[in-house]
Design a protein around this ligand. Sequence first.
Ligand SMILES: Cc1cc2nc3c(=O)[nH]c(=O)nc-3n(C[C@H](O)[C@H](O)[C@H](O)COP(=O)(O)OP(=O)(O)OC[C@H]3O[C@@H](n4cnc5c(N)ncnc54)[C@H](O)[C@@H]3O)c2cc1C
Length: 380
Amino acid sequence: MTSKSGPHIVIVGAGIVGAVIAFNMSRRNANVTVLDAEDPGQAASRVSFAWMNGRDKNPRHYHDLNRRSVDMWSRLERLLGGDVGVTWGGELRWAATREGADELLARVRELQSWAYPIRALDEGEFREMEPNVEPGTVMAASYTAIDGHVDPPRVVRACLDRATEAGVTLRTNTKAWGVKLAQTPSGQTRVESLETSAGEIQCDVVVLAAGADTTELAATAGIEMQHHWTFGATIVTEATLPMFRTAAAVHTPRDAEPMMNFRQLPDGSMMIHGSSHDANDTASMGRTDEEVRQVFEAAKVYLPSLERVTIKEVRRGRRPMPADGLPILGFSQSVPNLYFATMHSGVSLAPLVGEFATTEILDGARIDLLEPYRVERFAK
Ligand SMILES: Cc1cc2nc3c(=O)[nH]c(=O)nc-3n(C[C@H](O)[C@H](O)[C@H](O)COP(=O)(O)OP(=O)(O)OC[C@H]3O[C@@H](n4cnc5c(N)ncnc54)[C@H](O)[C@@H]3O)c2cc1C
């Protein structure tokens, strides 16, 4: 047990979301225990393409939330002492058909009206910006200036190192089975303790940051969430020479098959995410070796120098996905000491979620920017 005083806050899940909340709370000297069923940062956060962006986020309030968080990343990086793989450079994509170009340019106009730093490029500019990319037909292209990417397992490690140095208790290989509820004399239902593989842990607040497994933990508090997961896979290559001159993330045409996302990590390895229109919009290709081969062969068409590179590993996992695609954040109304923190885009949103969840939990504030994301919306 931790020797700190103050309410005991137990965070279930040490992916990027749970870890960044623990880190922010440790800066306030809070009495925190973080537990993870396995090793921290090895689930969705490790598989993630980890693109920090507001580019693909709708509706407007969700775009704004992501934009704000992307702008907070440099500060989080600095607070963590740097060295978490933050790579800036923007995002580049193009369209291969007339229809795709119309869609891409309409999105550029919409994002410009939201003051997102994005602009359209012609083919000449595209090729000058990224001479190692062989795009084929370029009907239109766009470039955002502020997007970047990061290495989530390093973020998790840095957050937990800082948090434990400040007195947070970390329990790895400790699975939470569920919460135990009790009624207060005034008839309120509250979490009394957490039942885990290492026994019962008394707590004043429980934060569910268990990614794809949040649904089953919420059910033990009688809360039904419309939260699922989709399959996700990323291919990581051996290190190679610098691939991109300008962009941090490159997206191949959304109007061609397969759709691919490329980024180069600071150690020189390439990360490739492939998806297909046949699959759910957010599901990845890569369940089988054959799908991995298809994605990698398709990647070589756009990045011919991948011919000289071999695959180091394929990361596969479950991507947390609330039914409406929006985060689930905040205290539950029916069990008011149970806090939810689960989402897709947990990488883009990590700095903001870490700070906002800490303010709501430690100060009892209700941040109005988070109102669209409360768990109660599924009960309506
Ligand atoms: C292929 C792919 C591409 C993605 N691309 C992007 C992107 O470009 N940009 C972006 O912002 N986001 C992206 N995401 C989403 C992003 O990675 C996730 O939103 C984020 O990693 C979620 O973090 P998390 O901490 O909530 O979950 P996780 O990283 O899954 O961590 C949850 C943790 O909870 C633990 N846990 C689960 N159940 C229990 C239990 N009962 N008891 C104790 N511990 C438990 C697990 O062991 C795990 O460590 C992508 C995801 C995938 C899979």
